[in-house]
Ligand binder design. Structure first.
Ligand SMILES: [Zn+2]
Length: 138
């Protein structure tokens, strides 16, 4: 699917993907109002009490197609944290790249093929911003 689909359909797809992620992984997807999207894992010592592995916040102000791609990326972080983190410790950039790929693969396995070109364009843009932010901290 890509940005060429009509908006109503994209909203339906987004809702379906949110439902999929929430039921598959016991995480909560919520609207974000801080101009950013992110994955907040529940601290390990609190998982028993909270009964949810974490929260994905998706920026309310971005276009619906970007919400879909961003949800894929944040889901990639969630899957990585839940399944891979303990065995492989990545750098920030490796963690960011991996999340784009893992999220894409996950939705593909559920028969949702995101537009490769648009997806990587957004991924490259976000990775570029990260790289820039890291460099300016050095
Ligand atoms: Zn990320």
């Amino acid at each position: 699917m890509s940005s060429t689909l009509n908006q109503k359909l994209l909203y339906d797809v987004y809702e379906a993907l949110v439902f999929l992620v929430e039921t598959d992984f016991d995480i909560s997807v919520e609207d974000g109002f801080e101009g950013n999207s992110y994955w907040i894992p529940t601290p390990e010592e609190e998982i028993d009490e909270v009964d949810c592995f974490g929260i994905i916040e998706i920026d309310v102000d971005i276009p619906i197609i970007q919400k879909i791609y961003t949800l894929s990326h944040e889901t990639g972080h969630a899957i990585y944290d839940m399944q891979t983190k303990k065995t492989l410790k990545p750098s920030v950039m490796q963690y960011e790249k991996a999340a784009w790929i893992i999220g894409y693969q996950y939705f593909l396995s559920k028969k949702y093929a995101l537009d490769e070109k648009e997806y990587w364009d957004l991924a490259e843009r976000c990775l570029g911003l990260y790289e820039h932010a890291i460099r300016s901290q050095e």
